[in-house]
Design a protein around this ligand. Structure first.
Ligand code: NAD
Length: 302
């Protein structure tokens, strides 16, 4: 293997340590800790395990954390009233509504009801606009793209003037990470191309990339010959391609694969993220960072 592995699991530990000590410092100086509420509607098993992990991480870094679980039958009106309650709650700095929501609820309406200054997921149109403007306007970059940028920076990859190619144009990964990488500032200032299902020659674009960010959701989409020798490859894709029995627990678990043919790509790339253990662990980590930031904005120390 020639490529350096960029391990999200290791970077997560570093960042969570940093957050923990900053939280302790703020608590001592200002007598407050960041407050995060996660609203879970219904009993979707995937949502429950994701929310449980968020709560566990929030607890680990010393946040006040609330898991507010609501019945599947909650009305849209009551859900909006709940958001309003947390918008007004001075001890809460971040509000998360776990998706998907039941069909009778308009999720756009619910997400847009969150106070943009507590929208630590960064999906509120106000925060999308702030991200587009860049610089000091940005409050909460969306968590997965923020994690990607953090990994690139911490891996010591030069972004200024780099050719960045992003595969995928979703609102949660492709568009925001492309937008972040083109801003004038540290960890960015790159020349960015977004490719997608309408692109004529995907391979030719990818071959130009000094930094290739792939978020398509198609296993092994990126072939080794698409990778420029020495490039930094960030594989965001998480694709379930089968099941296996876990050696640790003896239970059935999913076999996960990224969007990049990892075994072949690692022989060509300069650095690469694995799947699992690459971008995945960064999302919740950056959510914690955004919640801490939210309190810092409120205290005027950001
Ligand atoms: P999405 O389906 O919303 O968007 C995929 C994008 O890829 C689309 O814009 C589409 O145009 C493009 N695309 C799809 N097939 C393509 C092809 N053959 N050629 C070129 N472009 C193609 O997906 P998403 O929400 O952006 O997620 C992408 C992947 O990243 C998924 O595997 C998802 O599970 C994973 N993901 C991981 C994390 C994490 O690790 N924390 C977070 C979000 C998403």
């Amino acid at each position: 293997m020639s490529a350096k592995l960029i391990k999200g699991t290791e970077i997560r530990e570093q960042i969570l340590e940093e957050i923990t000590s900053e939280v302790a410092e703020i608590k001592e100086k200002h007598g407050v800790v960041p407050g995060l509420v996660t609203i879970l509607v219904g009993e979707n098993p995937a949502s429950i395990s994701y929310v449980t992990l968020k709560i566990k991480t929030a607890h680990r870094v010393g946040f006040k954390e609330i898991q507010d679980t609501q019945s599947e039958t909650i009305s849209e009106e009551d859900l909006l009233a709940l958001i309003d309650k947390y918008n007004k709650d001075e001890s809460i700095n971040g509000i998360l509504v776990q998706l998907p929501l039941p069909k009778h609820v308009d999720d756009k309406k619910v997400l847009n009801a969150i106070d943009p200054d507590k929208d630590v997921d960064g999906f509120h149109p106000v925060n999308v606009g702030r991200l587009m403007i860049g610089g000091d306007e940005v409050k909460f970059p969306p968590c997965t793209p923020a994690g990607i940028q953090e990994m690139i920076v911490r891996a010591g990859v030069e972004t200024k003037g780099a050719e960045v190619v992003v595969v995928g144009r979703s609102n949660i990964v492709g568009k925001p990470i492309a937008n972040m990488m083109l801003q004038k500032g540290p960890g960015a200032n790159a020349t960015v191309t977004i490719v997608h299902t309408g692109t004529k020659d995907l391979a030719a674009h990818c071959q130009r990339a000094d930094i290739l960010i792939v978020a398509a959701g198609v296993p092994d989409l990126v072939k080794p010959e698409w990778i420029k020798p020495g490039a930094c490859v960030i594989d965001v894709g998480v694709n379930r391609v089968g099941e296996k029995i876990s050696e640790k627990t003896g239970k059935k678990i999913a076999i996960l694969k990224g969007d990049v043919d990892f075994d072949a790509a690692k022989e060509i790339a300069g650095s690469i993220t694995p799947v699992p253990g690459g971008v995945g662990p960064m999302t919740i980590t950056m959510l914690m960072l955004n919640t801490l930031k939210s309190l810092k904005f409120k205290l005027g120390i950001a």
